[in-house]
Ligand binder design. Structure first.
Ligand code: 5AD
Ligand code: SF4
Length: 419
């Protein structure tokens, strides 16, 4: 969502005649789009914003000073504190008012400015976007979250759930299709609760537009409906890939997390999905070291991960977020114990991902290419329908879909030859 908001900001500022530059040295304005879901991101923002203080403004800048802006979730949460703590920050804006940023930058030429709104007046999607690439687009269908998982700061900084009108979403999707977009990803903190149960209807409408690839993120296991599960077997453009965050395999911890499902319910969903498509690629999020997590609780998570078999797992060590209910739960689990659990889980995740990828050896898959590998310019990388990364020898394939014969399957990527 933050990356998408950044594309909106870039689009808006470019439409007003500004240019994106590659380095801080060349810039007149710096904008940090921030996340506060875990502490590490918090620390990084405060450090980075302060660290650019002594970089001089370019010689022919029309500005008297470099304007440093902080937006996104840390902006929404910290407001004035940011300016008090980091003296070179000039603008703080939040998650609900990215459309006002050009005006705020203008005001900041005279004096520092903080503007935080409690809720969005309109959907930010009416703003122009500057997409990172021409073949893929993100489309927010809703903003905010009503779930209040006990560890999570998101509902406090992104506000309550608000769905965008279906026709607006369809119109924007049609525009993307006309612009040559091949892969569309529908976005929201909890897409399955789109407009009180209309997510399946929306998926069907978007499928009709005929993208090569349609994906969505993120799903909450308590809200994913049977017809959305069935859609993985019926909708032509919907890719065989689903991110379904489980967070924990322990029912006791799930209850403490306020997730409102059990491990059994979650495994039931996995069975239904695999009945529709046995080869569907699944990924998840896990929190290790939630306050009071015992070794038995952890082993429930470990066994669930082993059982499901994910192509990708994003695992996080619990990070205490002030203001959330979980921050009040006492915890005496030593840091080393949590780190050891995390390491064991990371090993298991890699072992299972490697095993699962072996199924694709010697198959032919459609790969949507993204460009050359950062490490080796003779290699082009792309994604399979299941979302696995593929490396092939080649040149200038960005944005193209090609058939690739897979010859090797590693843990985190596959290699092959273009047919
Ligand atoms: N600590 C650690 N991980 C968290 N997440 C959300 N809040 C926290 C927290 N306080 C993780 C969840 C979520 C993902 C986006 O970030 O796993 O699914
Ligand atoms: Fe946070 Fe839970 Fe909402 Fe996801 S569903 S954003 S984890 S409160």
């Amino acid at each position: 969502m933050n990356k998408h908001d950044s594309e909106r900001i870039a689009g808006m500022l470019e439409s007003l005649g500004n240019l994106e530059v590659g380095t801080i040295e060349e810039s007149d304005v710096v904008i940090y789009m921030t996340c506060c879901v875990r502490e590490a991101a918090d620390v990084r923002l405060y450090g980075q914003a302060a660290s650019i203080k002594n970089i001089p403004l370019r010689k022919n800048s029309p500005f008297d000073k470099r304007i440093v802006c902080v937006g996104g979730c840390i902006g929404q949460r910290d407001g004035n504190t940011l300016i008090d703590k980091v003296s070179n920050i000039n603008v703080v804006f939040g998650t609900h008012n990215i459309g006002n940023l050009p005006a705020l930058i203008d005001k900041a030429k005279d004096d520092n400015v903080v503007e935080i709104l409690e809720r969005s007046e309109n959907f930010p999607t009416d703003l122009p976007t500057k997409r990172d690439n021409f073949w893929a687009a993100w489309l927010p269908i809703m903003i905010g979250c009503n779930n209040f998982c006990s560890y999570c700061i998101v509902p406090y900084v992104r506000g309550r759930e608000k769905s965008r009108p279906m026709q607006d979403i369809i119109d924007e999707a049609i525009q993307y299709k006309e612009q040559g977009v091949k892969e569309l990803t529908l976005l929201g903190q909890n897409v399955n609760s789109y407009d009180h149960g209309k997510f399946y209807e929306l998926l069907c409408e978007i499928d009709k537009i005929g993208f090569d690839r349609l994906r969505f993120a993120t799903s909450h296991p308590k809200d994913i409906s049977d017809n959305v599960i069935k859609a993985f077997g019926t909708l032509k453009s919907l890719q065989p890939q689903l991110h379904l965050p489980v967070q924990s395999g322990s029912n006791r911890i799930l209850k403490e997390m306020n997730r409102r499902y059990t491990a059994e319910h979650y495994l039931g969903l996995i069975d239904k999905l695999r009945n529709v498509n046995p080869d569907i690629a699944l990924s998840t999020d896990i929190i290790v070291g939630f306050p009071g997590e015992s070794e038995d609780d952890f082993m429930d998570t470990y066994n669930l991960i082993d059982k499901v078999g994910y192509t990708q797992v994003f695992s996080f060590i619990y990070s205490r977020r002030e203001g959330t209910p979980a921050a009040k739960i006492p915890d005496d689990t030593p840091k080393e114990v949590i780190q050891d659990r995390f390491n064991r889980l990371v090993d298991l995740i890699a072992k299972r991902a490697y095993e699962i990828n072996q199924k694709d050896k010697d198959t032919i898959v459609d790969v949507l290419f993204e460009g050359e590998s950062k490490k080796d310019k003779s290699i082009q990388t792309g994604k399979t329908p299941k979302g696995q990364t593929v490396h092939v020898k080649g040149k200038n394939l960005a944005g193209q879909i090609k058939k690739v014969q897979i010859d090797e399957c590693k843990t985190w990527y596959l290699t092959g030859q273009i047919l």
